[in-house]
Design a protein around this ligand. Structure first.
Ligand code: G
Ligand code: G
Ligand code: NA
Ligand code: MN
Length: 256
């Protein structure tokens, strides 16, 4: 009923869009990737954020077609940017997978099929997972995560430090990147406790041979501090808001 029916129509009718937010190498300032973020403009003209409709999609099972749409759209966009560049456009794309998606063991097959049909290599794709996705069913997800890794994809742990998990999974799973949650990053310059948490995450990642992405960077001062602390990548309004695909490609072209 209601929102669920509308969401089903939105998936079928192309009312969903992806917005792309750049992720930069902090040491060089170069854009290395874009995170694909779903957007839904409803029939009433309201712009809904994923936190409004992903839970509805998960409860109704619509997360399966929605997830397939987002993955296909993101990979197709990179393939399109490659064509326009006349070769490798130089960035990868990051796509979010929710807990329920990760518990479906066919998700790796779905990703592999989409990569293949667009002729895009797995190394051009980062999968963003959350801790809650892993905790929900560790054995099942471990199997799926390894299958995704075998496709050559990069695995990033999103919202790191905000979940309820123990850290044993970091040892067991082939995680490449820890994304430091915005709640620790924004305001850290005026909060010693936040700095302590960020430092601890950076040191943990370094010890485990993982890279780090700081989310929610809004000022140059924050970017400089995080660079000095050894954080690998940065994402936030300082660089750009999530942008329509064409604007994202223009930004990429201008930054070369
Ligand atoms: O763009 P915004 O900050 O509103 O996104 C809110 C959250 O929704 C983000 O944390 C992001 O990880 C998640 N999200 C965005 N797009 C998708 C998507 O296509 N699928 C899933 N599962 N989560 C998404
Ligand atoms: O859950 P995830 O971390 O993937 O969510 C990303 C969300 O954070 C997006 O909805 C995006 O709009 C938002 N976001 C990205 N950069 C910034 C930022 O610098 N400041 C704030 N306040 N929000 C941001
Ligand atoms: Na994310
Ligand atoms: Mn995040």
């Amino acid at each position: 009923f209601g929102i669920e029916t509308e969401l089903r129509r939105a998936i079928d009718n192309g009312a969903l869009r992806l917005a792309f937010q750049p992720i930069c190498d902090l040491a060089t300032g170069r854009i290395v990737a874009f995170e694909a973020l779903s957007r839904w403009r409803t029939e009433q003209g309201v712009e809904l954020s994923p936190s409004d409709f992903i839970p509805v999609a998960e409860e109704s099972g619509l997360i399966v077609p929605l997830g397939r749409w987002a993955m296909a759209q993101a990979i197709e966009t990179v393939a399109e940017w490659d064509r326009r560049t006349g070769g490798d456009c130089g960035v990868s794309v990051a796509v979010n997978l929710s807990a329920i998606q990760l518990q479906r063991d066919r998700v790796a097959t779905m990703v592999g099929d989409i990569l293949e049909s667009h002729g895009v290599e797995g190394r051009r794709l980062t999968i963003e997972l959350t801790e809650s996705a892993i905790v929900a069913d560790p054995d099942r997800t471990a199997h799926t995560i390894r299958a995704l890794k075998e496709l050559g994809t990069t695995l990033a742990m999103d919202d790191f430090g905000t979940g309820y998990s123990n850290l044993a999974y970091l040892q067991k799973l082939p995680i490449d990147v820890l994304k430091i949650d915005r709640s620790f990053v924004s305001g850290m310059l005026a909060d010693r406790d936040k700095v302590a948490i960020v430092r601890a995450i950076l040191s943990l990642a370094q010890a485990l041979g993982m890279k780090t992405t700081a989310e929610g960077i809004e000022t140059n001062e924050l970017a400089q501090t995080l660079t000095a602390l050894g954080c690998t990548y940065g994402q936030g309004y300082l660089y750009a808001r999530p942008l329509p695909a064409d604007q994202a490609f223009r930004l990429l072209s201008l930054s070369k």
